[in-house]
Design a protein around this ligand. Structure first.
Ligand code: ATP
Ligand code: MG
Length: 287
């Protein structure tokens, strides 16, 4: 039951990094050996959730053949909480101009690009085979970027994240049809995830159209999610989760792991529910 799960979106700022970081931490808390990788190589931000900005080695070093898995994946379990049954290991990306050039600049030299991709596939395999990873969670850049597409290619499950009130139907539709279609044909499972429901709210699983908010200042109001349903029908990708906003508790400028700090918050409960679904609904398929 090992799985590689990518969080991707058409537009930026939909919550990929937030959800990947919290989801990884919650899976580790449940007892899994989790590897969380930052493949948003152009604008990485996973470090801000763990206060790590200058690791000794980066994922870039592994991709370029200059570091081992142990060098680039830091075990940060103790750093995040004493209450974690499993392990959380994180690999960070270096977005300096020179590093991006190395990862992308050699586009004309196809052989070196192929070597980078081979090393990426090797990274996934080493994590599952040598490091006994239960889950590899990968954060990506939005849109159709080289390392995002590579990430989709090595993933078993892709979660296409959308933000409430900012659903780019046309763009997402085009991306899903042009890119995701190619991967689903070969067995990748794709799901839609709606992030940032309004206010402090809880969305009952059973109600879908219309969905009514049951807690908080927006209580009683139906959520206008018909666009999401329409999108889901057109691209034939089901909605796996609707994650509420946690703006009621995020008062600091600095990011923190809401999932660990507020174990009873609807945001956390929804992520745990997502974990339950992904634990059981698909088995690992060797690529
Ligand atoms: N459910 C939520 N409730 C409240 N705030 C949220 C929620 N999800 C994400 N955010 C906030 O929204 C902002 C954007 O989130 P995040 O950086 O995770 O998006 P992203 O998709 O990774 O962006 P990018 O595409 O730029 O990498 C962050 O400040 C984060 O704290
Ligand atoms: Mg991000």
């Amino acid at each position: 039951m090992t799985k590689c799960i990518a969080f991707h979106s058409y537009k930026g700022g939909t919550g990929k990094t937030t959800i990947a970081a919290n989801f990884g931490a919650l899976l580790a808390k449940k007892g899994y050996n989790v590897y969380l990788l930052d493949l948003d190589v152009y604008a990485p931000s996973l470090g801000s959730y763990f206060d790590i900005y200058e690791p000794k080695k980066w994922i870039n070093d592994f991709l370029l053949g200059n570091a081992s898995v142990d060098d680039v994946c830091l075990d940060i379990t103790k750093r995040i909480s004493d209450d974690i049954k499993g392990r959380l290991n994180v690999g960070f990306a270096n977005s300096s101009k020179e590093e991006i050039y190395k990862l992308e600049g050699n586009v004309s030299r196809q052989s070196s690009q192929m070597q980078l991709l081979r090393n990426f596939i090797l990274l996934r395999e080493e994590l599952f085979v040598k490091k006994n990873a239960d889950f590899v969670i990968i954060d990506t850049s939005p849109g159709i970027r080289y390392w995002s597409i590579n990430t989709l290619a090595v993933s078993d499950i892709v979660i296409l994240t959308l933000k409430m009130g900012d659903l780019d139907i046309e763009g997402t539709k085009k991306m899903a049809q042009e890119i995701y279609g190619a991967f689903t044909k070969f067995g990748t499972l794709c799901y839609l995830l709606l992030n940032r429901g309004p206010g402090y709210c809880s969305i009952p699983e059973s109600q879908h159209n219309p969905v009514t908010i049951t807690i908080g200042k927006h209580a009683g109001n139906p959520i206008q999610n018909s666009s999401l349903e329409e999108l889901s029908n057109i691209i034939d990708i089901g909605v796996i989760s609707e994650i509420p906003c946690y703006c009621d508790i995020q008062f600091t400028k600095k990011e923190f792991l809401t999932g660990l700090k507020y174990p009873e918050h609807p945001f956390t409960l929804k992520l745990l529910n997502l974990a339950n679904k992904l634990e059981t609904n698909a088995t690992y398929s060797q690529k």
